[in-house]
Design a protein around this ligand. Structure first.
Ligand SMILES: CCCCCCCCCCCC(=O)SCCNC(=O)CCNC(=O)[C@H](O)C(C)(C)COP(=O)(O)OP(=O)(O)OC[C@H]1O[C@@H](n2cnc3c(N)ncnc32)[C@H](O)[C@@H]1OP(=O)(O)O
Length: 250
């Protein structure tokens, strides 16, 4: 079975998760990542612009036709399926389709070198959740926050070497979260065999606690002994200085 991309080997099915391994040299991978990251950012800006635009309807129709033409250009050569998880040369997972932080996913909200950090307890995400993520008027959609928690639990578990998949997730929404800057922290509390009990908090841009979450992550049986490595994020103390590790280039 193939994902239709000649730059990767055939897919390997592990449980329900599919991996492929890149056949490209590291420099070529980095060159591609930079180009696709620029395209993703341009599309993300387009999505925000189309949501908020108030241009006249004739212009709306003209832009729609142009966007369809651009879409057709991209589809002249495209994967048959989703990105999946591609393994780099070092075994590092290239999760470019991921809904929260995928390099090639315009819906992803944790983008750039300053979005996701690890420390020796877990992980932190500092996100700009704008108009595209609205639920209650002017506020972040509760499902979007659950999505962010879900991903950050995986990050926090990986940060302490205890990767797992989400088996249970509970969110307590304590107050509406204004659109804008949101900071989410997640950490590991208890390890019991393949089970990891996690906790997380969400604060708005004024520092108010807006939500808390708990999760049970389980290391899947099929992942035991796998050579897949979740990609490393910069340490939290890099928040105050230069971030030398760019997660968009793995
Ligand atoms: C590079 C890395 C890539 C890794 C890829 C990671 C991508 C990250 C994406 C972001 C996060 C997500 O979206 S994750 C996607 C959402 N989650 C999922 O799709 C998971 C779907 N569920 C599953 O695949 C499975 O049920 C698992 C993996 C959770 C467990 O399956 P398993 O490995 O066969 O484990 P199993 O033997 O059944 O259970 C082991 C122990 O856990 C307990 N347990 C299992 N499920 C539950 C549960 N829901 N609630 C309570 N307890 C549970 C069992 O009772 C048992 O306890 P005891 O008897 O030992 O006491």
């Amino acid at each position: 079975m193939t994902n239709g991309d000649p730059s990767t080997d055939d897919d390997r099915q592990t449980g329900l998760v599919t991996y492929s391994r890149t056949l490209l040299a590291p420099a070529e991978l980095a060159r591609r990542d930079r180009a696709y990251a620029a395209l993703t950012e341009a599309v993300r800006e387009l999505c925000d612009a189309q949501l908020r635009t108030e241009v006249d309807l004739e212009e709306v129709g003209a832009v729609a036709a142009e966007v369809r033409a651009v879409t057709a250009r991209l589809l002249t050569s495209a994967r048959e399926r989703s990105f999946g998880i591609e393994l780099g040369h070092d075994g590092g997972a290239r999760e470019h389709g991921n809904a929260v932080l995928g390099l090639r996913n315009p819906f992803a909200c944790a983008v750039g070198a300053r979005a996701m950090f690890w420390d020796d307890r877990g992980a932190r995400a500092t996100l700009e959740l704008g108009a595209l993520y609205e639920g209650p008027p002017g506020c972040v959609h509760g499902g979007v926050l659950a999505l962010v928690f879900d991903q950050l639990f995986t990050e926090a578990a990986a940060a302490v070497g205890q990767v797992g998949m989400t088996a249970e997730l509970t969110v307590a929404y304590r107050r509406p979260i204004p659109l804008g800057t949101v900071t989410v922290d997640a950490w590991l509390e208890v390890v019991d065999g393949r089970k990891r009990r996690m906790h997380a908090t969400c604060h708005d841009g004024d520092g108010n606690l807006t939500a808390e979450a708990e999760a049970l992550l389980v290391l899947p049986r099929w992942l035991e002994g796998s050579d897949a490595i979740w990609p490393k994020r910069p340490p939290v103390d890099a928040l105050d200085g230069d971030v030398s590790l760019d997660p968009s280039v793995t």
